[in-house]
Design a binder for this molecule. Structure first.
Ligand code: ADP
Length: 259
């Protein structure tokens, strides 16, 4: 329907209006393609956990009335995945609808980051990955929604943990930077993990994108964490970027304008 292209024959007003209409049709077409892709991705992500739950339930039924923990565990795992998927999709929809309720207020980045480190430290200890903040104890005040930004740092740190083998480290630093000619704070989260191949790097912020389907799925990722992080950072007028070297590690930089 939207693939219509009206031939532009004149350079006058009529020609300009026609061109504008063509552009609009093209944009609508792209939006429609994105929507279709999202639906297809959601269907795909829902199907696998449901199939696993279904087959486990059949096992239980066929095996009589006794229910062993071994058969319940995979069901529980998949239910956790589904719950997380729904929660991630909800966050993403909120962020993309541009009606994301943002409660921006002066927030100290160091306090926020330390809270996230405290939350993830037990997991880091368990995985034998060092979680270190290198910034001196000073305040970095930015005007952001602390809950949304906490989610961003949580996503980045839990990814770093997920993709860094034991013995590795994750270093969190804050430095001065510049963005659109104004002062900003740049939070860097650098891990010594497996890294991301250069040809895959441009896609990591895409919805449902996983560098390695099987490995990520095993690790519990849905490919939404970075898409959510990007939306939230941009909603707070910041920007996010990534650098990576395979086998050496990955660094995410989040820039936020200083107040
Ligand atoms: P997921 O929930 O699968 O982790 P994300 O959107 O958070 O999804 O990340 C997308 C993909 O980017 C991941 O599947 C992973 O392959 C890659 N990735 C993200 N962070 C890192 C990292 N710190 N090191 C290596 N790969 C990463």
């Amino acid at each position: 329907v939207l693939r219509t292209h009206i031939p532009v024959t004149t350079q006058d007003e009529y020609g300009k209006v026609t061109e504008a209409l063509n552009r609009m049709a093209q944009q609508l077409h792209r939006a429609e393609e994105t929507r279709k892709q999202l639906t297809a991705d959601v269907v795909h992500e829902l199907r696998t956990p449901l199939a696993i739950i279904q087959s486990q339930l059949e096992n239980i039924q066929n095996g009589g009335r006794q229910i062993y923990p071994e058969v319940l565990l995979p069901i529980q795992d998949e239910v956790i995945r589904l719950t997380r998927l729904i929660e991630d999709l909800h966050q993403l929809t909120l962020a993309e609808s541009r009606t994301l309720p943002l409660a921006r207020r002066p927030t100290d980045l160091v306090t926020l980051i330390d809270q996230m480190i405290d939350r993830l430290n037990p997991l880091a200890v368990e995985q034998q990955v060092a979680l270190v903040r290198t910034t001196a104890q000073q305040t970095w005040t930015v005007n952001v929604d602390p809950h949304r930004m906490a989610q961003v740092f949580y996503n980045l740190l839990s990814n770093a943990l997920r993709y860094t083998p034991s013995g590795g480290s994750i270093t969190i630093g804050i430095a001065h930077g510049e963005q659109a000619q104004s002062d900003c704070a740049v939070v860097s989260i650098a891990d010594t993990g497996m890294g991301i191949p250069p040809e895959k790097l441009p896609y990591v912020f895409d919805r449902f994108y996983r560098v390695e389907e099987a490995r990520s799925r095993h690790n519990g990722g849905m490919g939404l964490g970075l898409a959510i992080a990007k939306e939230f950072v941009e909603a707070n007028e910041g920007s996010i970027s990534v650098q990576s070297t395979v086998g050496r590690g990955t660094t995410f930089n989040v820039s936020l304008p200083l107040t």
